[in-house]
Write a protein that binds this ligand. Structure first.
Ligand code: G6P
Length: 614
């Protein structure tokens, strides 16, 4: 979490930093700050709140200077307030630093530094880094680049940092371990640094992704130099960004979340494009073909992820077990990594992560890799840490997702998992060619079906209006729709702050039924399929307790319509593909409820999009 941005060039730094911070605000938004060198001074502005609060704090006169750093924070150490906001200064006031990550041994370091006379003002681990670098520089007499390298030897934890020295307006030092950092290379000694490429894309397409334990010097005169923490010089590997600037803008929508919901027909199509052959009834995923033997001989699949990605993993469990006939376990990455799991070389671990940076998922990948499993990544962000840490994988190709609440990431993750399960099934001979052919045709029609669901937006908005003041909500589904019920509940709670629970419909009677009264909206996924009749019985149970039923049904359904208070009719599809369609009305519903309640949909309180701390 936390977004960091830096600029060194011939333009004024402040507007570039502010624009960059706004692009990175999805990573954290409880305080923000910039430090810009002007002559021999560091102009430091920082405050609690969002980047727009920082702009007000700065006032009318933009700080002047062509080198600066900026930060938007998601608090870990210390409350979100003005003092804890980044950048932080060294004790002598010469250095300013921004940091994303967690310094685990910050307390020990802090005590040592206090013993050596350092005085701290904030509760953050970052301020300790600033003092540590200053201390090393004073004691060794080395330059800043070398001092940062030596200081980082002392540090345990995760960091992406940028440091500037007010006495050297020609240079920035950046370093990374376990938190992402990208360097943009502009013309004539112009450099950019970002937590991701979004603040950079507007200025240059040439980037270098810093690797773990690498330190970079960006210097107007000396150019770009990278060394490892062990002082091995590295040749910068310059890559060209494929990202388009338009994909980072709201494009006329009020919120990124709404834009991303509406992008789903396209993102799902981009996800399967080139991977399915409709005529031949075949699917090809190079990440699976590369390691075909592993998949043919797999005894078990373990899927790891967090949040929405974990929900997509649950759909994956149903898909792999039904089609590829391989037993599947789905684990929260955070639990998996700390419970000494039994993993063998015949296991395949699928790591799902939109950002490709989630700390727990990355740690789960590393653990499973050490124990010999084959690791397959399902990531959205190309070149992200998890995508690079896996043996192979398949990108979701959803395009940048900015809204904190995941939408198109979910449907594209489920699309990839569907393609994977069917590819493996086809190779293992566990699916009839006929059925595979039909499913491929059906997957091909999903974008149109999502399009039809999006046309229901006015109906969904009206239903949202009715339930916007609810304090609790229950989401029920069975089979493939159960994970979607969990995802529906997560969407509502994270952006509207209404308490919501997802449950397997039949499990309701073992607890949540006690909560049902005339105030309780119950969202039920009751599409045509193997569990239809059973879900209808569950609806009856809710109705008998006067609960309000909002049912998602297959177009033309009359039975549930006669029982429910409201229905949302979605186009018929194969039961295995229902999650791809029925997730969408639930996303829209949460969106409208949150907007009607006056919530900031793209930046819900306390959340961050990319959770790079465990
Ligand atoms: C955060 C986000 C969620 C996301 C989860 C996992 O909690 O707010 O939307 O599902 O992290 O993120 P990942 O990038 O690994 O999919």
């Amino acid at each position: 979490m936390c977004g960091i941005v830096a600029y060194l060039g011939t333009e004024e730094a402040y507007p570039i930093l502010i624009k960059g911070l706004k692009r990175l605000e999805y990573r954290g938004y409880d305080s923000a700050g910039v430090a810009i060198i002007n002559g021999k001074d560091i102009n430091l502005f920082k405050c609690k709140g969002k980047v727009s609060d920082l702009e007000s704090h700065v006032g009318g006169d933009d700080p002047v200077g062509q080198i600066g750093i900026g930060h938007t924070r998601w608090a870990t150490h210390g409350q979100p307030n003005d003092t804890n906001a980044h950048p932080h200064l060294s004790g002598d006031g010469n250095l300013a630093i921004i940091h994303n990550g967690i310094i685990e041994n910050y307390n020990t370091l802090k005590e040592e530094l206090i013993n050596r006379g350092h005085v701290f003002h904030s509760d953050t681990d970052t301020e300790v880094l600033a003092h540590l670098i200053e201390d090393v520089r004073r004691q060794t007499g080395e330059d800043l680049f070398e001092s940062v390298r030596i200081a980082l030897h002392e540090v345990i934890g995760a960091y992406a940092i940028v440091v500037l020295d007010k006495n050297n307006p020609d240079q920035l030092i950046a370093a990374k371990k376990s938190s992402p950092l990208v360097i943009g290379i502009g013309e004539d000694g112009t450099y950019f640094v970002g937590s991701d490429a979004t603040p950079i894309i507007e200025y240059t397409k040439n980037v270098v992704y810093l690797e773990d334990e690498e330190i970079a010097m960006l210097d107007r005169n000396q150019g770009l130099k990278i060394v490892t923490i062990q002082n091995r010089e590295k040749t910068p590997y310059i890559q060209e960004l494929e990202m388009q600037l338009e994909t980072l803008e709201k494009g006329g929508y009020d919120y990124f979340m709404l834009k991303e919901i509406y992008e789903q027909p396209r993102s799902v199509r981009d996800c399967f494009r080139g991977r399915m052959n409709l005529q031949k009834g075949m699917i090809r995923l190079s990440g699976i073909e590369l390691y075909e033997e592993k998949w043919l001989n797999a005894k078990r699949i373990v899927i790891v992820g967090c949040g929405t990605s974990w929900h997509a993993g649950l759909v994956g469990e149903y898909l792999f077990e039904e089609f590829a006939r391989i037993p599947v376990e789905v684990e929260y990455a955070s639990e998996f990594r700390y419970r000494n799991p039994i993993i063998s070389e015949d296991d395949i671990v699928i790591a799902i992560s939109q950002s490709g940076e989630t700390a727990d998922t990355l740690a789960a990948v590393q653990l499973a890799k050490e124990r010999g499993a084959h690791i397959f990544g399902v990531c959205n962000v190309v070149g992200s840490t998890i995508s690079r840490a896996t043996h192979s994988g398949a990108y979701t190709h959803a395009g940048p997702e900015i809204g904190v609440a995941s939408t198109k990431a979910f449907t594209t993750q489920v699309t990839v998992l569907t393609l994977m399960a069917l590819t493996v099934a086809q190779k293992r001979g566990t699916i009839e060619p006929e059925r595979l052919h039909r499913l491929i045709a059906e997957i091909n029609s999903i974008p149109d079906k999502i399009e039809q669901v999006l046309e229901l937006n006015p109906i969904i908005e009206r239903i949202s209006e009715i339930y916007k003041s609810a304090t609790n909500a229950l989401y029920l589904g069975r089979g493939y729709s159960f994970p979607v019920a969990l995802e529906g509940a997560l969407k509502l709670k994270e952006i509207s702050y209404i308490h919501a629970e997802g449950y397997p419909a039949a499990e309701m009677k073992h607890g949540p039924i006690a909560l049902i009264d005339q105030e309780m909206p119950v969202f039920v996924i009751a599409t045509q399929g193997p569990s239809y009749e059973k879900v209808v019985s569950n609806i009856q149970e809710v109705k008998a307790r006067k609960g309000k039923i909002i049912a998602i049904v297959t177009t033309g359904d009359t039975h549930v319509k006669s029982l429910a208070d409201h229905v949302i009719e979605i186009p018929k599809t194969d039961d295995a593909l229902v999650p791809l369609v029925c997730a969408v009305p639930l996303q829209l519903l949460s969106y409208h409820v949150a907007v009607l309640r006056g919530c900031n949909v793209d930046q819900p309180r306390n959340l961050a999009k990319s959770v790079t701390v465990e």
